[in-house]
Design a protein. Structure first.
Length: 640
């Protein structure tokens, strides 16, 4: 028997569930659905973003709706236009086999007359933002005086956005005998006040601990100088070649400024904030869902309703003013049981906030150091090698092989590989040789000699190994595997960094012979392990965070959710196969934008105003090196 069938769902819903590929209900679904189906009750459900709350109230709502009655029977309120549209689409998918059931989205930024016309044609379920719903009630365009169900989704965020009065007014226009279902990630005082005022002895469902963070999200922070915050953001993106992320800023101005700088520096980035028109917001979200944008820079308000699969990282470029908001941010990743990473970039003066967040989410942060330039170059080089290895050959290229072979005639296999990889690697390594290390460690790793160094017993040694997340390792699993295989202590393996098809780790020099002799040739489920000594040492053996905890410097898998990574397969890319020779300046940022580049800003120039950022006309000569070693898009000429 299907596990959803055990919850009491009818045949039409089970057919839709099968089409959607759902196999097992999430915890909030397993707890809420039977209660809502079996009882006519109010409900308060506390669960983190990304735990399947829409289905938790959507399935029982559809089953209880009378599809033959064309009057409005249910109202779902959500905080943003994006979330309103998302819920509407999901309800339509769930009810695809229920004949005669219609769901209409009501939100600002679209024609109110068209929305009123859709409701009048017969909409048993209305999904609405509070502001537009109140407007339609005031104009007499909708009647909710006889509804049977009212659902408040993301209730805490609606109240954080200032919709308390609208919600109270809307609920006051509904019948007292209706069922009210309140779903929220946290339970601040205003949400409790709504529940007390409009709900009668509600049933309670809690997934995890109240206000706690998701168990599928790991939390890490990087402490940098304030002037280095933007440079740190770029290096963290560079150290994770397959990053697909939301970057959070506090204000619209900062959001726009950071997005413009990322675009200028060659990343596929875009801003999402309240000053954008609805058409612009829709265009940005369409590009983000299509993986044409890999770094979406957003304000907290604008990001509500972002429900995009496989976001690997949430980056807190600036911490939110309210600690509870951090929970909403981190909930963008680690969804549907997958692992994700929440990154915080802070200055020393903000360290105390980390402890405050830890108390709220009841999870610990790991302190890490910004990767050095040479580490990033090594990661990117191996990422390129894996990408080349996994690339499927389009045999249209056979037509060009005779001419190509003639040009490359006389080159050995080794020479050809070196030259091919150096096309991108040269500009990348040359850029980082000029850059200082942001990790706070002494010495410039990027300027170290490429000659093999003498390995001494007390020195840390960094290794490259040809296994990674595609072999179902995350950093913790790989560390455990290495400790057991090499018979080492818990602190003898450190700075474990798992990528898609390869990884790095450190031991002290005294263990080098054991590592090389045992691991080289080791059979891992039919795969032969190869380990080599990396030319950079991976830095200090251990760092301690501000609370004295051991951080170990270990970073999560670049894919962000362990297991098998997506491998960077973001769909067809628009760029050509070879990078343009327009500029010989190296570039940092592998996700190239096909937009006109915005003028560069100096770090630290952000202000807390909400006005649109002022453009400067600074030089563009010191462009950083290409972030991933992929071909770049032909950029349109910049307007003068």
């Amino acid at each position: 028997m299907n596990k959803f069938e055990q919850l009491g769902l009818n045949e039409s819903l089970l057919l839709a569930i099968k089409d959607l590929g759902f196999e097992n209900p999430s915890e909030v679904q397993e707890k809420a659905i039977p209660v809502l189906l079996e009882q006519n009750t109010d409900l308060v459900a506390l669960a983190q973003t990304g735990t399947g709350k829409t289905a938790a109230f959507g399935f029982p709502l559809i089953q209880k709706i009378d599809a033959e009655n064309r009057n409005t029977q249910a109202l779902i309120l959500s905080p943003t236009r994006e979330l309103c549209l998302q819920i509407t689409n999901e309800i339509k998918q769930y009810s695809k086999y229920v004949r005669g059931l219609h769901t209409v989205a009501v939100y600002g930024g679209a024609s109110i007359t068209e929305q009123a016309r859709d409701v009048k044609r017969g909409a048993q379920i209305i999904v609405a933002t509070p502001g537009r719903m109140q407007d339609m009630i005031n104009r007499g365009l909708v009647n909710i005086k006889n509804i049977n169900f009212c659902i408040l989704d993301e209730a805490d965020e609606m109240l954080n956005m200032g919709f308390y009065e609208d919600i109270v007014s809307i609920l006051s226009d509904t019948p007292d005998e209706k069922n009210t279902w309140l779903f929220s990630a946290t339970m601040p005082a205003e949400v409790a006040r709504i529940a007390k005022k409009f709900m009668h002895e509600p049933a309670e469902v809690t997934v995890g601990t109240k206000n706690s963070g998701s168990a599928t999200v790991s939390h890490e922070f990087y402490c940098v100088n304030a002037r280095d915050r933007y440079e740190a953001l770029k290096r963290l993106a560079d150290a994770n070649p397959d990053i697909f992320s939301v970057v959070f800023c506090r204000t619209k101005r900062d959001t726009q400024a950071v997005a413009e700088k990322l675009i200028e520096d060659g990343y596929n980035a875009a801003a999402l904030h309240g000053d954008l028109s609805q058409a612009q917001r829709d265009g940005v979200m369409k590009s983000f869902r299509g993986r044409q944008i890999q770094m979406l820079v957003a304000t907290d308000v604008a990001a509500r309703g972002i429900d995009v699969d496989n976001i690997t990282h949430v980056v807190n470029y600036q911490l939110p003013d309210e600690i509870e908001t951090y929970n909403h941010r981190s909930g963008r990743t680690g969804r549907a049981g997958k692992l994700g990473t929440s990154i915080v970039i802070i200055t020393k003066s903000e360290l105390r906030k980390i402890s405050s967040i830890e108390r709220i989410i009841q999870q610990k942060f790991v302190e890490k150091t910004i990767p050095s330039g040479i580490e990033i170059c090594e990661i990117q080089l191996l990422h390129l090698a894996n990408k080349i290895k996994d690339t499927e050959v389009d045999h249209e290229i056979d037509n060009y092989l005779p001419a190509i072979n003639e040009v490359l005639d006389g080159l050995s296999k080794e020479e050809l590989i070196k030259k091919m990889v150096s096309v991108e690697f040269n500009r990348f390594i040359n850029y980082y040789k000029k850059k200082r290390d942001l990790s706070g460690e002494k010495g410039e790793r990027s300027e170290r000699s490429s000659e093999p160094r003498e390995i001494r017993a007390g020195d840390p040694v960094r290794y490259f190994v040809n296994i990674g997340s595609r072999d179902d390792f995350d950093w913790m699993q790989l560390k455990d595997f290495l400790k057991e295989t090499l018979d080492l202590g818990r602190d003898d393996v450190f700075k474990v960094d798992v990528k898609e098809g390869f990884s790095f780790f450190n031991t002290d020099g005294e263990h080098t012979d054991k590592v090389m002799s045992i691991l080289n040739g080791f059979d891992l489920n039919g795969r032969r392990i190869n380990v080599e000594i990396s030319k950079n040492d991976g830095g200090s053996r251990e760092r301690r965070d501000h609370n004295g905890r051991s951080g170990g410097g270990e970073r999560r898998s670049s894919g962000g959710f362990g297991g098998r990574s997506g491998g960077g397969s973001f769909g067809p890319r628009k760029e050509g196969g070879f990078r343009s020779e327009r500029s010989s300046a190296p570039r940092e940022g592998g996700f190239r934008s096909d937009r006109n580049a915005a003028p560069r800003r100096e770090p630290g120039s952000f202000q807390r105003e909400e006005r649109a950022p002022r453009r400067s006309a600074e030089s563009n000569s010191d462009r950083p090196a290409g972030r991933s070693f992929e071909a770049a898009k032909n950029r349109r000429p910049r307007k003068s």
